[in-house]
Design a protein around this ligand. Structure first.
Ligand SMILES: [Zn+2]
Length: 515
């Protein structure tokens, strides 16, 4: 204790009569994005003279009392508050104690000797730490690195609106590159024009991110707690500027631009504007020299679920490719490492029909998830009879969709008649085929996944094994985010982006398979 104040590493949940002198180094509003951006709480990171950090929360019910006095950067004497031990997800600092403001809490701004308290402190994660936090949202992640590339602001559409995203690339102090997606307001914290060619290096700090995978690489995503700082006045930044300012090549510190990431159709109406064909026309397409793949739109009804090869496969949580079971672990050839949290992904083959005939389509993970409205993990964990096709999949029968499919060499040169779906929307035009007959929705108990393909038959995994996997990791942790940031929107968006990743990856793994 100094001058009657406790340091943040001295307080506990044992009493409510603490008195602290702290700076608010970061402050943000937690809102529920699912229900009209409703305000949940005012959240802050407190820092004391000893650089201890703690998360403090002013809940909605007491917000009025403190809204005018609290400000980011200010120093305050605060007393009579509640201290709780938290085990919630999305903790912005490693300290598991939270300060909760009460109506009886006293707050006084105090600028005397405020220079003793640092303006900022962060808990920068190492590359290994970031890797360990993949899809684990217990703690939010702060990073520092040299900015190497900036993308444009892009709009991402989801079921009831759209939001902005801007992608960045940074070089971590360990010389590893990392992608960061700035969502919502964070996308506007920097612009492409902020970074002059001859004035680098630019050292960027991004706080309170979640760690996901995109196209097989780690990708950090901002939350409502995120702050973005460029060339901030702190030692860690000066050290990196010193390290990078002497360059071998004059372009070493130039911030490159990233092309727009999103090329996938965003709505049914956008899809309809593209080349529409009947199933008969698609099947009659001939090989054209120099054209590797073409995309077409068609309307069709699902008339059969072709489940002789199962409806899912065990995938690597990072790159979404198929993993092999070896002894007691799962191995990802693509990542060349053990897959820590393998999970089921959809590979669903369907027969579709329009007025010109029928065709077979295959839907990969995110497109199948979109029309089934459950993840493959959810379906396989609740599916008590692994040899039966879940009701959710059976109920697709008779439904009409607008599909975008890919026609490539696999189809027009090698003669395969199964077309890969690259995008799907529920068809707004309600036409029905009448009675749909489905006689092929039972999987033979002896069948294993992919048994039709010799190259991967040896490492195929029975559908019944999938149930074991669900105990490995609860991938629906994301629901917790509502508790802290009300960030369901972010969760949905993350799913959206993963859907692009899936179609791309499965496309390329299929290419490999062909050779
Ligand atoms: Zn992998």
């Amino acid at each position: 204790m100094s001058k009657g104040y406790s340091f943040l590493d001295q307080i506990s949940d044992a009493k409510e009569t603490w008195r602290i002198r702290v700076r608010i180094c970061r402050m943000w509003k937690a809102v529920n994005k699912r229900s009209g951006n409703n305000f949940i709480s005012l959240d802050m990171i407190f820092i004391d003279e000893k650089k201890n950090l703690m998360h403090a929360i002013v809940r909605k019910n007491v917000f009025q009392k403190f809204s005018t006095i609290l400000r980011e950067g200010g120093t305050f004497i605060i007393s009579n508050f509640k201290v709780i031990v938290t085990n919630k997800g999305y903790r912005p600092v490693s300290n598991d104690l939270n300060i909760i403001f009460l109506l009886t809490t006293s707050v006084k701004e105090c600028n005397e000797e405020s220079e003793l308290i640092p303006m900022h402190a962060f808990e920068f994660a190492t590359y290994d730490c970031i890797n360990n936090r993949l899809n684990d949202n217990s703690y939010l992640t702060d990073i520092i690195g040299k900015l190497t590339a900036v993308g444009p602001i892009e709009q991402v559409h989801f079921h009831n609106g759209s939001t902005n995203i801007r992608n960045l690339q940074i070089l971590l102090p360990e010389d590893k590159e990392l992608q960061i997606s700035l969502w919502d307001e964070s996308a506007e914290t920097i612009t492409e024009n902020d970074f002059k060619e001859d004035e680098g290096p630019y050292i960027i700090i991004v706080t309170s991110t979640t760690v996901k995978a995109f196209k097989g690489k780690l990708n950090l995503n901002t939350t409502s707690a995120t702050k973005v700082y460029v060339n901030l006045d702190i030692t860690e930044v000066f050290e990196l500027i010193d390290r990078y300012k002497v360059v071998e090549d004059e372009y070493d510190n130039v911030v490159r631009s990233i092309p727009a990431r999103d090329k996938k159709p965003k709505s049914e109406s956008e899809l309809i504007l593209q080349t529409t064909m009947s199933l008969a026309e698609i099947k009659a397409l001939e090989w054209v020299e120099g054209v590797k793949e073409r995309f077409f739109t068609c309307y069709a009804d699902i008339v059969n679920i072709e489940t002789e090869f199962g409806w899912n496969y065990i995938s690597c949580q990072l790159c979404k490719r198929k993993v092999k079971q070896q002894n007691n672990m799962f191995w990802c050839n693509s990542c060349n490492s053990e897959s820590q949290f393998p999970m089921p992904s959809y590979k669903l083959q369907i027969q579709v029909k329009d007025h010109t005939g029928t065709a077979s389509f295959v839907l990969f993970d995110k497109d199948a998830e979109k029309i089934i409205q459950k993840t493959a993990m959810e379906l396989s964990s609740k599916n008590q009879e692994p040899n039966k096709v879940p009701q959710e999949i059976q109920s697709l029968l008779g439904k009409s969709y607008t599909f975008q499919i890919k026609v490539d060499d696999y189809n027009v040169k090698e003669g395969w008649k199964v077309y890969t779906v690259t995008s799907v929307f529920k068809s707004e035009s309600n036409k029905h085929l009448g009675n749909v007959v489905a006689d092929n929705i039972q999987i033979k108990p002896s069948e294993t996944l992919f048994s039709h393909d010799e190259t991967i038959a040896n490492d195929s995994i029975a559908t019944s094994d999938i149930k074991l996997l669900t105990s490995l990791k609860d991938v629906t942790d994301d629901n917790l985010i509502d508790d802290v940031f009300g960030n369901t929107q972010l969760k949905d968006l993350t799913k959206k982006r993963t859907s692009k990743q899936t179609s791309n990856n499965t496309g390329s793994s299929q290419n490999k398979k062909k050779k």
